[in-house]
Ligand binder design. Structure first.
Ligand code: NCD
Length: 309
């Protein structure tokens, strides 16, 4: 039963619950207008203490497309945080006005704290370099729609695997399904942090490898998940400049990939995928944007416990 719950970490959802959300997401994707009154009269609060285009707008579009409404802010400077209000006080206040909250915050773990005190279901829309579970639901809906399964896949994750919260959430979730293999492609300095590996894998896990060169492995992949080097989380500008263009996926590289490999990217893209790849039928990242809205529509309905029509 998802009604009334928070979504803070990828672990908050069981496999069955993931399939339940996916089934609804697929129904919505088929016929979005069938759902246009399911959240009539409901209010979503979007509290974005950190910049966002897709996540915030897709939450807002999702709620509006379900017939509900949205209030919120898109930067900390325009909230009472700038006067010194604590996060918990802000969450309690907004929960008094709304039925459900989506929050993005630059501090790792902030959503755990907020989730303990919230008066209404709270969705973590990204907490620092930690987790981003609704991007994972977006990725999963794209995967199920294009590959038809969550099992037996070889998944390459490429780029900034250290600070990329979407990567952390996706690895953790996809490793719950059977027979998946992970190829972690990054420079040494941007490898998946130890704490994420410890949470996602066990000491005996032999289903992941860490490599530095995309060219060496691209031909083995069913899914290639490209990511941006997370400039805002670097402590040192020189390191960012040195690492920012470590990987650039172009049409030449795509020639070595399987004919049915899909390319995902949470976006925003900087340089890591050449624009020429956009026309390749295997490039799924703009379709993924749309699935993000459907996945969030499904999640909002489930957490609010509203009936399907
Ligand atoms: C991601 C994020 O914010 O972590 N973007 C998103 O939500 N679609 C990825 C990123 O910013 O690189």
């Amino acid at each position: 039963m998802l009604k009334g719950r928070n979504l803070i970490s990828p672990d908050d959802l069981s496999i069955d619950e993931i399939y339940e959300i996916m089934a609804l997401g697929q129904k919505i994707a088929k016929s979005p207008s069938d759902f246009s009154h399911t959240c009539d009269g409901k209010l979503l609060g979007t509290l974005f203490f950190e910049p966002s285009t897709r996540t915030r707008l897709s939450f807002e579009a999702a709620m509006e497309r379900l017939g509900g409404s949205v209030i919120g802010f898109s930067e900390a400077a325009s909230s009472s945080t700038s006067k010194g209000e604590s996060l918990v006080d802000t969450i309690k206040t907004v929960g008094s006005y709304t039925d459900i909250i989506a929050m993005r915050h630059p501090k790792e773990g902030s959503s755990i704290l907020a989730g303990e005190k919230t008066l209404v279901p709270l969705i973590n829309a990204g907490d620092g370099g930690h987790y981003h579970p609704t991007q994972t639901l977006t990725d999963l809906l794209t995967i199920i729609e294009s590959k038809g399964r969550f099992e037996g896949l070889t998944i390459g994750l490429c780029g900034d695997l250290k600070f990329g919260r979407t990567v952390h959430s996706l690895i953790k979730t996809m490793n719950k399904f059977k027979n998946n293999k992970f190829v972690l492609i990054s420079p040494q300095e941007l490898r998946v942090p130890k704490y994420v590996k410890q949470l996602a894998f066990t000491a005996e896990s032999d289903n992941f490898v860490e490599v530095e060169k995309l060219d060496d492995v691209i031909g083995e992949l069913d899914i290639l998940y490209m990511t941006r080097v997370q400039k805002e989380r670097f402590f040192n500008e020189a390191d960012y400049v040195r690492l920012k263009d470590s990987y650039i996926l172009n049409s030449k590289k795509m020639e070595s990939a399987k004919k049915d490999m899909i390319v995902l990217h949470p976006l925003p893209r900087v340089n890591e995928i050449a624009v020429e790849v956009d026309d390749d039928p295997r490039a799924m990242y703009f379709k993924q944007v749309k699935y993000g809205m459907y996945a969030r529509m499904a999640l909002i309905m489930k957490l609010l416990g509203v009936e399907e029509c």
